[in-house]
Design a protein around this ligand. Structure first.
Ligand code: SF4
Length: 194
């Protein structure tokens, strides 16, 4: 019986890849993975770098509203984000890889938020946590930015009002899957207003 060749990352057990890249054929990274790992049992340097990056995401210390309370709890012993190497909240954006936008963003806050994003070194990732950060939520008015993706490139949206800490942990794990699979950061895929 012919052995089916693994062509997509979903074949390797990465569950979210199918959702994130619906209809996308095998990329260069996936072909490398298939060719080298299937036949030679080797890892590429790119894959090792992606693994290291994905396993040590350091979030910026940045909270905006009620969602930030849920975000803070992910470092507690109950949720223990240290299990995934992402517990080191940094006070300087220059030492952070991940911006978790946790809460509604007022128009006044959009410029400082973008400044923090610009001060982060590449590669960097953004999680829009909660309904307000993702779409303005219930605050459909003139003061609130209707989605933070208008000022920064968002990699992962976490739904909810507020999302449970487990949902944020899920978002971080999904982001790690993307990074380890070789998916480029959102700012490389689509531009944002400068
Ligand atoms: S999504 Fe809900 S919990 Fe989060 S900032 Fe908005 S109103 Fe607050």
């Amino acid at each position: 019986m012919a052995v089916r060749k693994k062509e997509r990352l979903a074949d390797y057990g990465l569950n979210s890849e199918r959702v994130l890249w619906r209809g996308k054929g095998a990329g260069v990274f996936e072909q490398e993975l298939g060719d080298l790992e299937d036949r030679l049992m080797l890892s590429t340097v790119d894959k090792a770098v992606a693994w290291a990056q994905g396993s040590s995401i350091w979030p910026d210390t940045f909270g905006l509203a009620c969602c930030a309370i849920e975000m803070m709890s992910i470092v507690s012993s109950r949720y223990d984000i240290a299990r995934f190497g992402a517990e080191v909240f940094r006070s300087s954006p220059r030492q952070a890889d991940l911006l978790i936008v946790s809460g509604r963003v007022a128009h006044k806050m959009a410029a400082p938020l973008r400044q923090i994003y610009d001060q982060m070194l590449e590669p960097k990732w953004v999680i829009a946590m909660g309904a307000c950060a993702s779409s303005g939520g219930m605050f459909n008015n003139y003061t609130i930015l209707q989605g933070v993706d208008k000022v920064v490139a968002v990699d992962i949206h976490v739904p909810g009002c507020p999302p449970r800490p487990e949902a944020l942990v899920e978002g971080i794990v999904r982001l790690q899957e993307k990074i380890k699979a070789g998916v480029p950061p959102a700012y490389e895929i689509r531009g944002v207003a400068s």
